[in-house]
Every structure is written in C-alpha cells, then in structure tokens.
Design a protein around this ligand. Structure first.
Ligand code: 5GP
Length: 194
C-alpha cells in the first residue's frame, strides 16, 4: 500500500466523550490493516468479548503503578475518574521500528501529554456534526438522572473547546467517510478492504 513519505509516523485521535471514537477505531481496525493501531494498557476489567493484547492489555493497578514508575508510558491518564489507561512506549517504538504508521486513540489528557513529548505527531480531533448531535448521543437512552445529564453536557462543552489545540478536525458524520478521511490524513490510500 503506498504511503506518503511526508505523513507523520504517529497520529493521535481524540475528541469529546460519546463522539463515536471507538466505533471509528473499530472500523479502521477491521478495514484498514495498513494502519497500526496502538494497543493501550488499562486497569479497567475486560468487557465481554474483549481480548487481552487485542483490545487492551488488561493489567492490575499494581502493575500499572510499576510501569508508571519505570517511565514505560508515553502518556497515561485516569479516564472518567475511574480507570487508568496508558500508551506503552515499547509498543509504539516497536511499530515505528518496523516502519508502520501508528494510530493512538486516547483521551484529551493523553493527547496533551503526547503533544508535549512527541510534538512531531499529528493531532486529529473527532468532532460531532452539530452540538445537538453530541447532546443526543450523550443523553442516549435517557437513563441518567437530570443531574448526571447536566454534568455530561458540561464536560462535553469543555472537551469541544479543545478542538483548537489540534492540527486537523474530522467531522464524524458518517463512519465510512470519517475513516477514509483519517486514513488519508495518515498518508494512506483511503480504500477500505472488504
Ligand atoms: P473504554 O473504556 O470505553 O475502552 O475507553 C474509555 C476512554 O479511554 C476513551 O475515551 C479512550 O479514548 C480512552 N483511552 C483508551 N486508551 C487510552 C490510552 O492509552 N490513554 C489515554 N489517555 N486514554 C485512553
């Protein structure tokens, strides 16, 4: 698959909660094997169907602490005030040494850390088509209390304001189209495998 030599080796994808980042990532993993998707470590327990080493490296909090102390993470963060997630330097370095282009799908705090430690990376913000669209996704099935909904909307407003820190914005209006745009931004031909 042709790669543009000017495209950055590392691309960071971030965006507000509920914008559809994980759906887009899954789509890219399925249809664009030329993209090397970085597998993060997390203290979150696996969900049904998730595979250790494919979706995440599921590790104990003590192991996470040890890796933090060793400086093994390129970035790490506590997401939604609960579990910790981090990108292992070794996984990114191995992929780059093998000549791969790497995609990190991480939260905003993590993206800011990578911006400091790896400024040559490309930073892509995934945005909703409209504020109303994001609200509809956040409120979802309407099972949360009014207070929780309010808290989520407040967080979303703050997260959306981070867009200006990014190099490129991709609107998540359609997963196929957004994936093509992201893959092209990474310097690949945006032609999905079947
Ligand atoms: P989930 O638990 O739903 O798989 O992911 C929750 C959140 O964690 C998502 O916003 C995802 O972007 C973020 N996340 C996943 N891996 C990492 C990582 O390695 N570092 C950081 N900072 N965030 C991550």
């Amino acid at each position: 698959m042709p790669q543009s030599s000017r495209a950055p080796a590392v691309t960071v994808l971030a965006g507000p909660t509920s914008v559809g980042k994980s759906t887009l990532s899954r789509h890219i993993r399925t249809h664009y094997p030329q993209v090397h998707f970085s597998v993060s470590a997390t203290t979150r327990p696996p969900r049904p169907g998730e595979v250790h080493g494919e979706d995440y490296y599921f590790i104990e909090p003590e192991e996470f602490d040890r890796l933090v102390d060793e400086g093994a993470f390129l970035e790490w963060a506590t997401v939604h005030g609960r579990h910790r997630y981090g990108t292992l330097r070794s996984t990114v370095e191995q992929a780059l040494a093998a000549g791969r282009r790497v995609l990190l799908e991480i939260d905003l705090q993590g993206a800011r850390q990578v911006r400091r430690t790896m400024p040559e990376a490309q930073f892509v913000f995934l945005a909703p088509p409209t504020w109303e669209d994001l609200v509809a996704r956040l409120i979802g099935r309407g099972t949360e209390s009014a207070q929780e909904q309010q808290r989520r909307l407040e967080t979303a407003r703050i997260e959306l304001a981070a867009e200006e820190e990014f190099d490129v914005t991709i609107i998540n209006d359609d997963v196929d189209r957004a994936a093509e745009e992201l893959v092209a931004q990474m310097g690949f031909e945006p032609t999905p495998n079947a």
